[in-house]
Write a protein of this length. Structure first.
Length: 136
């Protein structure tokens, strides 16, 4: 089903929000890593391919892309990236450690970055779920 065509206005606002993050002061390589990790968790093949390609185009090391699913065991990620990825997983899964992960996030990012990281995670979850449930 072509949901973007069927509900142009509503889905258009989601895409506008998604695209606005590309203008955010947030580190854009972090944005792409978050989008890819959330897409992996949600099982959205289309989005995984899209974000993996974007990561390559941005010059993110292939090792980092390849080990993203196992980021806690990888030495490829910085502490700041790990805090954002932990928050992404926690928020996506709505796990019981959300408070702890949010505290860790605040040690590495300012309020604007925290809001944009959280928006990135939330918007990607919405887009993944639309794609996995309605895309043919």
């Amino acid at each position: 089903m072509n949901y973007a065509e069927i509900s142009k206005e509503t889905i258009g606002y989601l895409y506008k929000s998604y695209n606005s993050l590309k203008q955010s002061p947030l580190d854009q390589t972090l944005r792409v890593l978050i989008e890819l990790r959330v897409s992996q968790m949600n099982g959205c093949e289309y989005c995984c391919t899209l974000h993996a390609n974007e990561a390559k185009q941005m010059g993110i090391a292939q090792d980092k892309i390849n080990t993203l699913e196992k980021w806690p065991q990888s030495s490829a990620f910085s502490k700041t990236e790990m805090a954002a990825l932990a928050w992404a997983e926690s928020l996506t899964l709505r796990d019981k450690n959300m408070g702890h992960h949010k505290e860790q996030l605040a040690k590495h990012y300012n309020e604007r970055e925290i809001v944009d990281i959280t928006a990135c995670i939330s918007i990607m979850n919405a887009l993944n779920r639309l794609a996995t449930s309605l895309r043919e």
